[in-house]
Design a protein around this ligand. Structure first.
Ligand SMILES: [Zn+2]
Length: 376
C-alpha cells in the first residue's frame, strides 16, 4: 500500500463518521453470528419454518453446509458470504434472520452492532430495521420496541431507526406493518425505507404507504436504481416523493435524471462494495460513483450490509479515493452524511463542526470552504 493511501486510511479512520444506509441484520458482527448459530442450531428449527424457505436454504450452495454444521469458526463463516447474485444474497440474509428468536438475541445484536460502529469511529448511524420480521420470528412487538428504544438511548453512538416494511409483502402487507409500528411510538424511529425485491415490487405500488409515513412525520428514503435502472428512480421520485434514494446508482444511465437529482438536491446513499457483491457492477473501476459525484448529485457513502459484503465504512471511503476522488471530495462525502441525515438542523451543525475540527487537527488540508456539491 502506498504511504499516501495509508495516510488517507488513517485520516478516515480518525474522523467522526456518519452512516445512513445500514441494515441491522446485515451489520451483525461475526462473533455474534457464530454465537447465535451455536445457540440456535438450524437442525433444531429448520423443520418448523415454511417449506419454501427450507427448500431455498437447501438449494442455496453457500447456505447448505451451515444447515448441519457444528459451531463454525471465523474462517468457515466467511464461506457463508460467498454469493453470485442478489437473489442468493437475499436468501443468506433471510437465513441469518431466523437466528434472532428471542428478545435477548435482538438485544445482543443491537449491542454488538453499536459496539462495532463505535470502534470504527462512527458517531451517528441511521439503521434500517424490519421490525415485523422479528415479530414473525416469535418476539412480541413491545419487546422489539423496547430493544430499539434502548439502542436509541446509547451514549457511545447515536442510533436512529429507519423502519423497512419490506416491499416483498406488497402494498397491503407493508401498510399493515407500518400501522403496527406507528402504534408502537418507538423512540428514535425517524424514517422509513423499502428494501427487498425491487424488480418484483417497483416503487409505484407504494404511494399510500409513503403517504401514511409522511403524515406521521417520518422522513423517507427508498431502495431504487439498484436492481432496476433509472426508470425505477424516476418512478420513486414521482410516486413516493422521498427525501433520499437508497443506492440510486443506476441513475448514471440517464443524464436527465442525474441533472434532476443534482438540481433538486436529492441525495443518494451510495454503497459501492454492496453493488459489486450483488453483481450490479463487475468491478470498482466500473462503479459510477465518480460520474454521479461530478454531475453534482449529492452523495454519502455507506456499507449497506457490512458483514455480508465484508467491508467497513472506512473501506468505502478508500474505494472512493481509489476511484479518483481527492481528499476534498472525501470531506464532502463525510459532511454530506450529516447534512442529509434525518436529524434536526442544529444537531447537524454540531456534528459537522466536530468533523471539521478533527479534519484540521489531523493535519489535513483545510476543508474546502466552498463545498462544490455538499449542500443539504
Ligand atoms: Zn439496503
Amino acid at each position: 500500500m502506498s504511504s499516501q493511501r495509508s495516510s488517507v486510511r488513517a485520516l478516515i479512520e480518525r474522523i467522526p463518521k456518519a452512516e445512513l444506509h445500514l441494515h441491522l441484520g446485515g451489520a451483525i458482527p461475526p462473533h455474534v453470528l457464530i454465537e447465535l448459530l451455536d445457540t440456535h442450531r438450524p437442525t433444531q428449527w429448520l423443520g418448523d419454518i415454511p417449506e419454501r424457505h427450507q427448500r431455498l436454504f437447501r438449494e442455496t450452495p453457500n447456505i447448505r453446509p451451515f444447515l448441519s454444521m457444528e459451531r463454525p469458526g471465523a474462517s468457515e463463516l466467511a464461506s457463508l458470504f460467498v454469493y453470485a447474485s442478489f437473489h442468493q444474497f437475499l436468501a443468506t440474509f433471510l437465513f441469518t434472520s431466523y437466528l434472532i428468536r428471542q428478545v435477548d438475541d435482538l438485544r445482543c445484536l443491537i449491542a454488538g452492532v453499536a459496539e462495532s460502529l463505535h470502534a470504527q469511529g462512527i458517531v451517528y448511524a441511521e439503521i434500517t430495521v424490519d421490525i415485523m420480521g422479528y415479530v414473525r420470528r416469535g418476539l412480541c412487538l413491545e419487546q422489539v420496541g423496547a430493544c430499539l428504544a434502548e439502542g436509541a438511548a446509547r451514549d457511545d453512538v447515536c442510533i436512529r431507526w429507519i423502519v423497512d416494511p419490506v416491499r416483498d409483502f406488497g402494498p397491503e402487507g407493508t401498510l399493515a406493518h407500518l400501522r403496527q409500528v406507528l402504534d408502537l411510538r418507538c423512540p428514535g424511529l425517524v424514517g422509513m425505507t423499502i428494501g427487498g425485491s425491487e424488480h418484483l415490487f417497483p416503487p409505484r405500488q407504494f404511494g399510500p404507504l409513503y403517504d401514511l409515513a409522511r403524515e406521521h412525520g417520518l422522513r423517507l428514503t427508498v431502495h431504487a436504481g439498484e436492481a432496476l435502472g433509472p426508470e425505477s428512480v424516476w418512478d420513486a421520485l414521482r410516486c413516493l416523493r422521498p427525501h433520499r434514494i437508497g443506492h440510486g446508482v443506476r441513475s448514471v444511465e440517464d443524464p436527465a435524471l442525474m441533472a434532476h437529482l443534482a438540481e433538486a438536491r436529492v441525495p443518494l446513499e451510495v454503497c459501492p462494495t454492496s453493488n459489486l457483491r450483488t453483481a450490479v457492477y463487475a468491478s470498482y473501476a466500473e462503479h459510477p460513483l465518480p460520474q454521479l459525484y461530478r454531475a453534482g448529485v449529492p452523495i454519502s457513502l455507506s456499507t449497506d450490509d457490512p458483514t455480508f459484503f465484508e467491508t467497513t465504512l472506512a473501506e468505502e471511503y478508500l474505494h472512493a479515493y481509489d476511484m479518483g476522488l481527492g481528499l476534498d471530495d472525501l470531506f464532502v462525502l463525510a459532511r454530506n452524511a450529516y447534512a442529509h441525515a434525518f436529524m434536526p438542523e442544529d444537531e447537524k451543525a454540531r456534528y459537522i463542526a466536530a468533523l471539521e475540527r478533527e479534519w484540521r487537527q489531523a493535519g489535513s488540508p483545510a476543508p474546502p470552504l466552498t463545498l462544490p456539491f455538499g449542500g443539504a
